[in-house]
Design a protein around this ligand. Sequence first.
Ligand code: SF4
Length: 320
Amino acid sequence: MSRVTPNPAQIDRFAKWMPSSGQVQAFDFCSGGEGVLFPPAGAAGALESFFLNAAHQYGFWYMEDGRYTQPMIAAVDGVNRKGSDYLFYCFQRALNHQADFFSIAHMKKMTDADWDAVFHDDHGQNPLPMWPEHLDLIHQYVDWFEQNESTPQALIDAANASEHVLATFLELVGQVPGYREDPMQKKLMLLAVILENRPEGFLRVNDPEAAVPIIDYHLQRSALRTGLVQVHDDDLRKRLLARAEVSASDEHAIREATYRAIEALVKQSGLSVAAIDYFFFTNRTRCPEMTAPQCEVCPVNDICAHETELFQPIFRTTAY
Ligand code: SF4
């Protein structure tokens, strides 16, 4: 038996509960954060902003001596913002300042110091872990579009004009630095979900069957705690409980089992990848990293395995 496996009985429980709960639906990446975290509907430059943004949705946590210490939280314009929200805020701050900020033509002119300043917090520091990796991916991304004489709009237009829109999008954008590195396509599928669900309907998906699960560390933590996946290796289980760094092969075993569990959940529930992903993304606040899970207010309390001490694999990657 593999070290980590999807749990069919638990997947079945979730697949029955999710469609009937009324609590599982896709997010539009606009409501509740317009002009602050997300561009308002129809805002100039939104497509280019999301295109770069999703490629940088990874690694918002700190590690010391081979152990997870805490999530990245920093104060920006007087508000403490965590990880992904911090990144969205900084992107939107730049876009509010200049509508063509994330155009390839403008980004070509930016220096490394300019990029660092985009992510400055209230102390004038850039708190993003893995900043060298971010900077490298930004350079590769801009160079790729320049060398291919392309733009995000050109890739979207080509996908929308094709017979299988999502499949074409995944193939075309899957060649762009920042998206091409991850075989499980987490950031790529996140971008597709954003562009499909935005009020502008940038991506007109006609082939939802091409969607793939979006497996990040929040989802892996939820999958382990809810019992959607099970760990059968005592040493690996101990490492997860201790929040200790794991090998690439252990990380792959957990992420791959979670991928297969979510794939089965999508199929059995009939819900979209976007809806299931948003449910687990919101679950990160009920089932967080540093404080005890709030099981009593969690909608899946009755069907959860309550493996509350388990933690996502601690592994540095630009994939998620
Ligand atoms: S019931 Fe508790 S352990 Fe299970 S997902 Fe909800 S908060 Fe986490």
